[in-house]
Design a protein around this ligand. Structure first.
Ligand SMILES: [Zn+2]
Length: 86
């Protein structure tokens, strides 16, 4: 295996992992199941807590929404109104 290629890959992985951090609690979301995330930068639990204090999940999502590298490129982080209203 090409050593230089492997080095680049490791750096990229670190970059991805460091991006996956909750805006609310500052903890990593990288190993959190997708079901428990509103966004790579927002735990569902943290979002619900903030919502109780009058900060809507939609607003939180829009604030967190940036170009986050997906783990595998297949998950899209589109806000779904039904998830909140349902
Ligand atoms: Zn959190």
């Amino acid at each position: 295996m090409d050593i230089e290629l492997r080095k680049r890959k490791e750096i990229k992985q670190e970059t991805i992992e460091s991006s996956w951090e909750c805006d609310q609690c500052g903890k990593s979301t990288f190993s959190t199941d997708y079901d428990y995330l509103v966004h790579p930068r927002l735990h569902l639990g943290c979002a619900l807590e903030a919502e109780n204090q009058g900060h809507s999940i939609k607003d939180q999502y829009l604030e967190a929404c940036e170009d986050i590298p997906d783990k595998n490129g297949t998950v899209t982080w589109q806000f779904n109104q039904e998830d909140v209203e349902g």
